[in-house]
Design a protein around this ligand. Structure first.
Ligand code: HEM
Length: 448
């Protein structure tokens, strides 16, 4: 029979870890706590002499009860009981009076406990079965006591066993509830990570294909570009023929070639993410440089900008070039979201928990809530002309730095991109030249 006994749900059978339990030192301490001494050992030997003639009977009645009860019958088969369990049980009863309660005894008991856990027997039935021994053994140890006195001793044992069962299950139940909680959380995490992984695998495959195509396009594109220039020079040299239209067409072709080249470069830049080259970077200075670089574009589109930071701004170990590109991509994205003009703010903060926050907020067209998850996906774009790689690049660089990036926004109410960089990238004043431990700092190692 292979059904699980009632109440066994709490102890799912497993082939998992080896028996756990007290160490030999802890086992000695347990015995001291119970005052288990040589006199007990001697008394148990005498007790064994008294009940040993009845061991066969005791074992018979033990299994009669387990087979009569629904809860225990479901994990026993008559054949197995007769073939080997009765023998094992007799051996167990003999070992109770065997005189050796050292490490061998400890190991043996832990193994027996693990065996019953493995078959899915709840602690209540295992502990309850001790009652079956006491019921048989106590009257044989107290032959002179009246039936009522024997019954009283047994009642006392019963109530203590009932308590042991309840307390053990309270302990086990709590542990299992905690384990169940953790398991549920882990399962959720694993399925989330698996979803992410398969999405990234798909995107990586598409990405590497796109990079190959971009690579293949680059060379012919530059020769087309060169030939267009040559053709243009040729046309300029013509005398007496109206080449205006042809020149205009060539200019349009050159414009399209430029656009294609930029797209190809963006694909290749995304595909060949270089290794991080960390150095100390003042985020406020970097933000100022990027804003200066974009000032003409911002002016053209009526975009105001502001850096909101405290003091001199956070100093962080970063790959300067890659992070410059991150800010550039975020600011361009903001500008494109404000075709009628608006304001973009770069907020820089050193948080109390040591992390560094970089937030780029704009007053642009905003996003649908569902899009805030998608904006970082490669090739996702809300614009007709976008490659969908700008924000994917931002995410990749931030992840490479061990940070996180997220986006919030609502249609018509602007968007905010929030980067959180880990504490280990933060440069503290003691790491700066002249700081308390100047020279002790240096780019942190990646922790993952
Ligand atoms: C006082 C309580 C009990 C004691 C001392 C005891 C003792 C033992 C011992 C010594 C073994 C051999 C295991 C080994 O050497 O690893 C064993 C196996 C087994 N016991 Fe118990 N037992 C008890 C209660 C129960 C109960 C209540 C059941 C319920 C039906 C049960 C079912 C089994 C089964 C099915 C096996 C065989 C496991 C296997 O090897 O597949 N036992 N028991």
């Amino acid at each position: 029979m292979s059904h699980r006994p009632a109440g066994a749900a709490e102890t799912a059978p497993s082939n998992g870890p080896p028996p756990t339990g007290p160490t030999p030192q802890a086992w000695e301490e347990i015995k001291r706590f119970l005052d288990f001494d040589d006199e007990d050992v001697e008394r148990l030997r005498v007790a064994f002499e008294r009940y040993s003639p009845y061991i066969d009977d005791i074992v018979e009645r033990f299994y009669d009860h387990l087979i009569a009860m629904e809860a225990t019958r479901s994990v026993l088969s008559r054949a197995d009981v007769d073939r080997r369990l009765k023998d094992l049980q007799r051996g167990y009863l003999r070992s109770l009076g065997g005189g050796d309660y050292g490490e061998g005894y400890l190991r043996d008991r832990l193994r027996i406990g693990a065996t019953h856990e493995r078959i899915g027997l709840a602690p209540r039935w295992y502990l309850g079965a001790y009652w079956l021994y006491l019921r048989e053994i106590v009257p044989r140890l107290l032959p002179c006591a009246s039936a009522e006195e024997q019954a009283t001793v047994l009642s006392m044992h019963k109530v203590l066993l009932l308590d042991m069962i309840l307390v053990t299950e309270a302990y086990v139940g709590r542990t299992l509830a905690l384990v169940g909680d953790q398991k549920a959380r882990l399962e959720e995490l694993v399925s989330e990570r698996t979803r992410q992984l398969s999405k990234w695998e798909r995107l990586a495959a598409v990405g590497s294909m796109a990079a190959k195509v971009a690579h293949e396009i680059r060379n012919p594109l530059s020769s087309i570009s060169l030939n267009t220039e040559l053709l243009n020079d040729e046309l300029v040299g013509y005398r007496g023929v109206d080449t205006t239209e042809a020149v205009d067409l060539l200019r349009a072709i050159a414009g399209e070639i430029d656009r294609l080249s930029r797209i190809v470069e963006e694909y290749l830049q995304f595909a060949r993410m270089p290794r991080l080259d960390l150095e100390q970077v003042n985020l406020k200075d970097l933000a100022e440089q990027v804003l200066k670089f974009l000032s003409a574009e911002f002016e053209r589109y009526g975009v105001e900008s502001e850096i909101d930071t405290l003091d001199h701004g956070p100093i962080v170990y970063l790959d300067r070039n890659q992070f410059r590109q991150v800010l550039l991509n975020l600011l361009r994205n903001s500008q494109e979201a404000m075709p009628e003009g608006g304001k973009v703010t770069i907020r820089l903060r050193e948080e109390a928990d040591g992390t560094i926050e970089v937030v780029v907020v704009d007053t642009g067209v905003g996003l649908e809530p569902a899009q805030t998850q998608q904006v970082f996906d490669p090739f996702f774009s809300t614009k007709d002309t976008g490659t969908g790689l700008g924000l994917a690049f931002v995410q990749q660089v931030v992840l490479e730095h061990g940070g996180e990036v997220s986006c919030t926004g609502q249609p018509g109410r602007g968007a905010a991109f929030r980067i959180v960089l880990p504490e280990r990238l933060r440069v503290r004043s003691r790491d700066l030249p002249g700081g308390a431990a100047a020279g002790g700092g240096g780019p942190p190692k990646r922790s993952s």
